[in-house]
Design a protein around this ligand. Structure first.
Ligand SMILES: O=C(O)c1ccccc1NCC(=O)[C@H](O)[C@H](O)COP(=O)(O)O
Length: 225
């Protein structure tokens, strides 16, 4: 089984190069002004141009208006859009139709009800990304280095491909894969030396830990829609 690895919150060439060299599958760029990983479209496009043949490019947006989504899609030409806000299924349909790009929809998980709510998105998104539910007063809805009870995902039933995130690092990602059996994992804080600064050594260690878990044969759960 292959577990896709997404390293999110790229702001510098060194981090992006480390992700490519380590064999990560996807690199995320955050377009959200209250994030320490926020990046402008031109800077993201410049970085992505150096890596596009080696890694998939993900544009992360939070309840973004059309003019921002249009600018990001036109300037960056991402392979995926990741929606990390309160986007409704109707908004997902609209964005998929308008941009003809696969959607990764993020869901904050705090309890069983949050998992059950994902069902309303089946058929209108391409991948589920589960993250810890942020506290009410959080500055941002993701990239907080918080994890959640992975066993809640047992309730998912049949589902589109699943990406697990939230507080992952090289030390816990093997256990997370064994419990949740995701199709992919996503990390930001756990591979940083400070918010917004990716650490090449931690990236290498994280990718190695995921590949070791794959080799150990943690069973990926089947998905279907
Ligand atoms: O990373 C951010 O700053 C961010 C800001 C606003 C919305 C989402 C954000 N990150 C989303 C991601 O995909 C992160 O990789 C995911 O939340 C996991 O983050 P972490 O727990 O820090 O590994």
């Amino acid at each position: 089984m292959h577990v896709d690895i997404k390293i999110c919150g790229m702001t510098e060439a060194a981090g992006l190069r480390a992700a490519c060299d380590a064999g990560a599958d996807l690199a995320g760029f955050v377009f959200f002004s209250r994030s320490p990983r926020n990046i402008g479209v031109a800077s993201a496009a410049g970085l992505a141009a150096t890596a596009r043949e080696r890694i998939g490019i993900v544009a992360l947006l939070v309840d973004a208006p059309d003019d921002l989504v249009d600018a990001v899609v036109e300037g960056l030409a991402p392979d995926f859009l990741q929606l990390h806000g309160q986007e409704t299924p109707e908004r997902c349909v609209e964005l998929r139709r308008r941009h003809k790009l696969p959607l990764i929809k993020a869901f904050g998980i705090g309890d069983a009800g949050d998992v059950d709510a994902i069902r309303g998105y089946h058929g209108v998104i391409d991948r589920i990304l589960v993250d810890a539910k942020p506290p009410k007063d959080a500055e941002r809805p993701g990239g907080l280095g918080r994890s959640f009870d992975w066993s809640l995902l047992d309730r998912l039933g049949a589902h589109p491909p699943l990406m697990l995130s939230g507080g992952l690092d090289a030390g816990n990602v093997g256990e997370a894969i064994a419990i949740a059996g995701p199709d992919g994992v996503d990390v930001s804080s756990g591979v940083e030396s400070a918010p917004g600064r990716k650490d090449p050594v931690r990236i290498r260690e994280f990718v190695a830990a995921v590949r070791a878990a794959e080799a150990a044969g943690a069973p990926a759960k089947e998905f279907e829609e």
